[in-house]
Design a protein around this ligand. Sequence first.
Ligand code: ADP
Ligand code: MG
Length: 325
Amino acid sequence: MTKPLLQVRNLTTRFGHGLGSVTAVNNVSFDVNAGETVAIVGESGSGKSITALSILRLVPEPPGKIVGGEILFDGLDLTKLPEEEMRAIRGNRIAMIFQEPMTSLNPSLTIGLQIAEPINLHMKMPWQKAYDKAKQLLDRVRMPDAKSRLSSHPHQFSGGMRQRIMIAMALACQPKLIIADEPTTALDVTVQAQILELLKELTRETGSSLILITHDLGVVARYADRVCVMYGGKIIETASAHDLYARPLHPYTRGLMASIPRLDQPPGVRLVPIKGQPPNLAQLPPGCSFNPRCGEVIDRCRRDVPELMHADEKHLHACWTSPHV
Ligand code: ADP
Ligand code: MG
């Protein structure tokens, strides 16, 4: 088998130090193969964005810091790369799409300029050619009337169109990996589906890998090959999207699943939200972080921290009460 494009190994990212410190990403390991879509799913505050920002070395430091682990990308350990080399990777070989495009677009520049600039910079393409490429990219993300829209400013687009612009920018330098952090959370349901379809189609065409971050397990089945479920800064279950849906093993994953609308759900069945609140990372309970909210808790869960265990070769979970080999 060929080596994965990205191997995250025991990644640990902390904010602050001493008593008040929180471990936002706690010993996280996962792989992303070439051309694969891996979803990272979990409630708000579970460490999804900080995992993504750690990969790009964009964690605000201080107060944040990667304190352990490796991020192997194409043979390089990104945790050890000088900032200058990291800058050449960001936006070029790894691109990121954020939740709120307005915060990553410059309101005072035309989008033509904003798409063409990194092409000019990273790919050393002359401006006129970079502009042509920007137009082609807008066509690819199905921006109507792309040519004339190059001279529009960000506020002249709807939220969905702005997210298309972000995708065009992400694709500009033909990255090997795209990280999309809740790319559709701010959009309404119909536009959400269009954007995710577009992302899926374009990554398939270009062969890019995708890390799709979402709090919505509902979108994962359709768009991801594999899933990592995060809770309290840790991956608590990981499997292929198919296996995770067929046999969710961690009570938290089952809770997430019960709280999403399903297409095959008989009408009238009530959705059940997971009781309680996501954990406060500064005051995690002893044992399993999920134990105060778990309906299947046993004594051991309050005492020993479960690490990821194999249920089968490719399905792992961190739960004392679920079957493992
Ligand atoms: P999400 O899964 O919602 O993307 P994040 O990765 O953004 O969660 O955050 C995970 C945790 O990291 C938060 O619950 C918080 O405790 C901590 N954290 C994130 N950003 C900061 C920050 N700038 N300063 C201090 N703590 C932070
Ligand atoms: Mg987030």
